[in-house]
Design a protein around this ligand. Structure first.
Ligand code: CA
Length: 233
């Protein structure tokens, strides 16, 4: 789950991307023009930018250049959308620092896979050197995005994983629903605190015997308990 900025002037494509990215658990920011995109990137600090090279106001390559120039945006991974035959733009895009590209028309599934790979790469670097969290029956590898309970791997969605890591990293401390919404989902108007409850419920079910590590603090939120008898790291 990440905050993703989509800079694309085709409204239909914007809609499709918006829907599918949200469906995949991401927060989406949309810009129909290049300059608006640069502004949004500076203001909102997305974790990934999807950039169409053919924009009505300024060329996508110009946007790319501007994003790479600013210290506030130069580290953000950028996935470029290019039309078939725009070979030159593609080469130029890489020279300017795009992280990956997808040729139109593309399948949404392919795009989502690419996005997943870019985010994993970016987060891997960010979390490099962080040891796995070992907590009773639970083992969480933040670098590899993998979770085990009693040595058996559990498959979590990106959002559930982020929720679990957030709780683990702050274990022993109560996290209010509002804080979790802000840090895990990145608050968005249509999301309610109910969403937190729903996801925690699902996460507990998936964790099985380790599910009760997540304690409900009535009227406040949730807390991941230190496992009984487990020394603090
Ligand atoms: Ca376009």
């Amino acid at each position: 789950m990440a905050r993703i900025l989509v800079i694309e002037d085709e409204r239909d494509l914007q809609k499709v991307l918006d829907f599918n990215l949200r469906e995949a658990g991401h927060e989406v920011l949309s810009a129909l023009r290049g300059r608006e995109g640069i502004e949004l990137a500076l203001q909102r600090g997305p974790e990934l930018i999807i950039l169409d090279l053919m924009l009505p106001d300024i060329p996508g390559t110009e946007v790319l250049r501007a994003l790479r120039r600013s210290p506030r945006t130069q580290g953000i991974p950028i996935l470029v959308l290019t039309a078939r035959g725009e070979e030159l733009d593609r080469v130029v895009g890489f020279e300017l620092g795009a992280d990956d590209y997808v040729v139109k028309p593309f399948s949404v599934r392919e795009l989502l896979l690419r996005i997943g790979a870019i985010l994993r790469r970016a987060r891997g670097e960010e979390r490099a050197g962080q040891p796995p969290i070992e907590l009773g029956r639970l083992r969480v590898d933040r670098e590899a995005h993998r979770v085990w309970v009693d040595g058996k791997e559990i498959v979590l969605t990106a959002l559930e994983f982020k929720l679990l890591v957030t709780l683990c990293e702050r274990r022993g401390r109560v996290q209010s629903r509002a804080v979790l919404l802000d840090d895990v989902w990145g608050v968005s108007a249509e999301i309610t605190t109910r969403t937190v409850d729903t996801h925690v419920k699902r996460l507990r079910e998936k964790l099985g015997s380790a599910g009760d590590y997540i304690e409900t603090v009535r009227g406040v939120g949730y807390r991941l308990a230190d496992a009984p008898g487990e020394p603090e790291r």
